[in-house]
Write a protein that binds this ligand. Structure first.
Ligand code: FES
Length: 111
């Protein structure tokens, strides 16, 4: 199990996140996956509930399909990027682990 960031931890500058898009925060070697859509950011533990692999590519990019669906690069499980539920593939009946975040002054912080 990867750690969760303590409240107030700076995770990323909003402007450094693709929009729409997903990428790992620098904190703890990419332990948190950030998903941006406009001024909204949701965050998830960067670990797939299927087999425990990262949800990001080695360069830290997340695969966000049509701005709505996260796809695990390991075996293709898909997840609703808003609610975290599995929507297809081998992680059925599992969901992503949320990480609370807030945005202040253009910075994404753990909440
Ligand atoms: S580890 Fe993500 S689909 Fe298998």
């Amino acid at each position: 199990m990867r750690p969760k960031p303590p409240p107030g931890t700076e995770l990323a500058r909003l402007d450094d996140l693709p929009d729409p898009g997903a990428r790992a925060a620098d904190w703890e070697s990419g332990a948190v996956l950030l998903v941006r859509r406009g001024d909204t950011v949701t965050a998830w533990a960067n670990i797939c509930p299927h087999a425990g692999m990262p949800l990001t590519l080695p360069d830290g990019r997340g695969l966000l399909h049509k701005g709505e669906t996260l796809v695990c690069p390991a075996h293709g499980a898909s997840f609703d990027a808003t609610g975290g539920a599995c929507t297809g593939g081998p992680a059925a009946d599992n969901r992503l682990t949320p990480v609370a975040v807030e945005i202040a002054g253009g910075i994404v912080y753990a909440a």
